[in-house]
Design a protein around this ligand. Sequence first.
Ligand SMILES: [Zn+2]
Length: 134
Amino acid sequence: MSELVKRPEPTANAMSQPYWDAAAQGRLILQTCGECGAIRHYPRLLCDRCYSDQVVWTDATGNGVVHSWTVAHHPFHGAFADELPYTLVTITLDEGPRALGRWRGDGPRLEQRVSGKFETRADGALELVFVGAD
Ligand SMILES: [Zn+2]
């Protein structure tokens, strides 16, 4: 990490605090609508399908398939300059929603099976990381 630029960090709020608490335990959890059962990610106030604010948090497997990716060759923020190049992947989770995370290892390939987990970076930040599962 760059010593000159502080890495931007997410700010937990009442709505997202359960997500970050679970992440600190190494668990990926998703919001499930308490009315219609739709599963959503990232945490948000209302259900995309029925607009209910009723939420039940459920554990996700972290497994899914690669939907898309990009390789960053230029940092969108100075704190990431020392990490270039790095790959960000969008994963279609087995539970349905898509999640964004870092890629580790060779690849990725479209539709590649992956598993994901939270890693704690040297600076203490949590990062959702995906690796190939096949
Ligand atoms: Zn709903």
